[in-house]
Design a protein around this ligand. Structure first.
Ligand SMILES: Cc1cc2nc3c(=O)[nH]c(=O)nc-3n(C[C@H](O)[C@H](O)[C@H](O)COP(=O)(O)O)c2cc1C
Length: 248
């Protein structure tokens, strides 16, 4: 029985996902959404208290809906949870987005919360830790914390748009970053089918806003149009049916 369970565990890839209270909660949500129902991948989620606040402010998702996307979720105060231990085998952790507070905690080993502890464990076990750090502008303390994290083996990954790909919406910008992160984690072989399915289901290639609204979510009136919708308008060619504008 033990050996069977061991083999099953070895086949499952576990990814810890931390969502902290920086702006850009949608990065973490999109990551979970992409891996949701992917065979052989478990996601273990921890949301900080600030993340819950930011989620409400900038998306239509509820905390409960986001937690449902994960295989398992843990309270941030539960410092005795499975993901707080190095013996809980994972293939890494992504913090998306990563606030300056969480960055500082992880960079200095100040692991008061489960999110910071799980990241600390990821580093000490030599696993892949990717932090989508988000703040602007950056002062010296922020930069030093980023350097400390990189020196400890973490990957400092500010979620910056790649304009060379000529994204037509904020959703495309987010997808690009999430896809890149997942490829870096070695999920290239596991993710593409689900990835395409998510895109098809949500119609995000059609230049919609940044959010994939959860089922039953309130539609925002035009006056509340998301940044995503505004960017889509700004970058799409005027009246050109999807052709881009700009210099030849
Ligand atoms: C709407 C909103 C946006 C925020 N954006 C950022 C941000 O981009 N970067 C950041 O470091 N903090 C940001 N903050 C502040 C953090 O939420 C705050 O520092 C919090 O204590 C972080 O806690 P955590 O790291 O435990 O999630 C934001 C707060 C709110 C309410």
């Amino acid at each position: 029985m033990m050996a069977t369970a061991g083999r099953r565990d070895a086949q499952v890839k576990r990814l810890v996902v931390g969502i902290s209270g920086a702006t850009g909660i949608i990065y973490g949500i999109r990551l979970l959404e992409t891996l949701h129902a992917a065979p052989g991948i478990e996601t273990h989620l921890v949301l900080s208290a600030a993340a819950k606040r930011t989620m409400v402010e900038e998306t239509s998702w509820t905390v409960q809906q986001v937690e449902t996307l994960a295989t398992r979720s843990y309270p941030d105060r539960d410092i005795g949870a499975a993901i707080a231990s190095g013996s809980f085998s994972t293939c890494g952790m992504v913090i998306a987005p990563c606030s300056m507070k969480t960055l500082a905690a992880v960079a200095t080993g100040y692991t008061e919360s489960l999110l910071a502890r799980a990241a600390d464990v990821t580093l000490k076990e030599g696993r892949c830790l990717i932090a989508l750090v988000r703040e602007t502008p950056l002062h010296r303390g922020h930069l030093e914390a980023m350097l400390a994290l990189a020196q400890a083996g973490g990957i400092v990954w500010p979620p910056l748009p790649d304009f060379s790909r000529r994204p037509r919406s904020v959703a495309a910008v987010i997808d690009e970053t999430v896809g890149h992160v997942l490829r870096r984690l070695g999920f290239s072989d596991d993710v593409p089918p689900q990835w395409e399915e998510v895109k098809a289901r949500t119609g995000r290639n059609a230049g919609q806003g940044a959010e994939t609204a959860p089922a039953g979510a309130r539609q925002r009136p035009a006056s509340e149009a998301s940044t995503g919708a505004r960017l889509a308008i700004a970058t799409a060619a005027p009246g050109a049916g999807g052709q881009r504008s700009g210099p030849p």
